[in-house]
Design a protein around this ligand. Structure first.
Ligand SMILES: NC(=O)c1ccc[n+]([C@@H]2O[C@H](COP(=O)([O-])OP(=O)(O)OC[C@H]3O[C@@H](n4cnc5c(N)ncnc54)[C@H](OP(=O)(O)O)[C@@H]3O)[C@@H](O)[C@H]2O)c1
Length: 341
């Protein structure tokens, strides 16, 4: 099968031939239709994760997936060959990823059936981002009518966080730095959009919400090092200052880049989210999609053959998600619709 593979330590990832994996007990073999380029895949490809995870070379990278079950291993009852599924795969090592024509995964946690409301490409681009957005919001324990700030709202995680927050009846303040970003965020459900380049973010938040906000989901990557716990001080200081300025007494925040300090965590104010796929969070997202409250956020689509371009595009912080179509037939249909548009 064709796969995007890191051949050895220090080498660049490349498209190459790899063996089709075999599902073990509790696993399924999925024929992958679509995936997406996440910042973490980029960091994995650069070797950055060597500090925290074993790389099993030749290592196929990629986490998100939508695909069709090809084969089920022993003890799998929830899925059958032919089912279309979506989700994301988180392993304790780098390798066996989803930028491949086939992947095996744990059927009990990584995938759910795909709701008909989502296209294969949208579903293939949601897993990591949407689960992370859900976990960030769940940690805050907000109630309908509360106000939440989504900082870093136009990106992959932010696009889903805005939708989920709006679906929960929250008043959503979201950051975006251009007129098209503002329109995009309003269409997703943001009530107010703040241009984070126009001055003090805290001042802008307090102008819109003078008593402060009940919660903040902070998705901004301030410092490379915070991912692996080396020197987290500058990012933690910046986050603590922002939260002190904008949170109401009793308010909470969640971050995705280890930027909550130990002190704020121990006081129950801050949460460092490290998202995990579970049947519960995938089904919660399915229910939102089925009710029309969660849609895909794909703004760019590339075939597997051009995955390097997908990553180059993702790095520019384009809005929403950058999809990678793995399946040739799906790409042919997609390219035709892009040409026709
Ligand atoms: N811990 C976890 O489980 C987990 C899971 C998923 C993602 N993550 C991390 O979460 C972060 C976001 O992921 P993503 O997929 O959403 O990334 P993304 O698609 O690249 O989006 C990043 C967003 O941050 C915005 N941004 C950059 N600098 C900003 C600033 N100073 N103030 C406000 N907004 C700013 C960008 O807006 P512009 O386009 O305007 O620059 C963009 O909207 C990444 O660092 C990723 O590694 C962690």
């Amino acid at each position: 099968m064709l796969a995007y593979v890191l051949p050895s330590a220090g080498a660049q990832p490349e498209l190459s031939d790899a063996p089709i994996p075999t599902p073990g007990p509790g696993e399924v073999l999925v024929r992958v239709l679509a995936s997406s380029a996440n910042p973490v895949d980029d960091m994995v490809a650069s070797g950055f994760f060597r500090e925290v995870q074993e790389y099993r070379y030749p290592a196929i990278i990629g986490r998100d997936l939508c695909g069709v079950i090809e084969e089920v291993g022993a003890d799998v009852t929830k899925f059958a060959p032919g089912d279309t599924v979506w989700g994301f795969i988180k392993r304790d090592h780098v390798g066996n990823g989803t930028f491949a024509e086939y992947v095996t995964c744990d059927a009990s946690r990584s995938i759910a059936h795909k709701p008909s409301q989502l296209s294969d490409i949208d579903a293939g681009s949601m897993g990591l981002s949407a689960v992370t957005a859900l976990e960030c919001l769940d940690a805050l324990g907000l109630a309908s009518g509360n106000t939440v700030l989504i900082n870093g709202a136009t990106g992959g995680v932010g696009s889903f966080a805005v939708q989920i927050a709006a679906a929960r009846g929250l008043r959503v303040l979201a950051t975006g730095r251009s007129a098209p970003a503002k329109k995009y965020l309003e269409e997703l459900g943001a009530h107010e959009v703040i241009d984070w380049t126009a001055g003090s973010l805290a001042d802008a938040v307090l102008t819109l919400s003078p008593e402060g906000v009940d919660g903040v989901v902070d998705l901004v990557r301030r410092d490379r090092s915070v991912i692996i716990g080396m020197d987290e001080t500058p990012a933690k200081t910046a986050v603590a200052e922002l939260m002190t300025a904008v949170l109401k007494p009793g308010g909470r925040f969640s971050t995705v880049n280890n930027s909550a300090s130990d002190d704020l965590i121990s006081r129950g104010v801050g949460f460092n989210i490290h998202s995990e796929p579970t049947p519960e969070n995938l089904e919660t997202l399915n229910a939102l999609a089925e009710r029309g409250q969660l849609r895909g956020c794909v703004t760019s689509v590339y075939p597997l053959a051009r995955i390097d371009e997908a990553f180059a595009h993702q790095r520019q912080h384009g809005r929403g998600k950058t999809a990678v179509v793995i399946d040739d037939a799906l790409w042919a249909a997609t390219a035709e619709s892009i040409d026709a548009a």
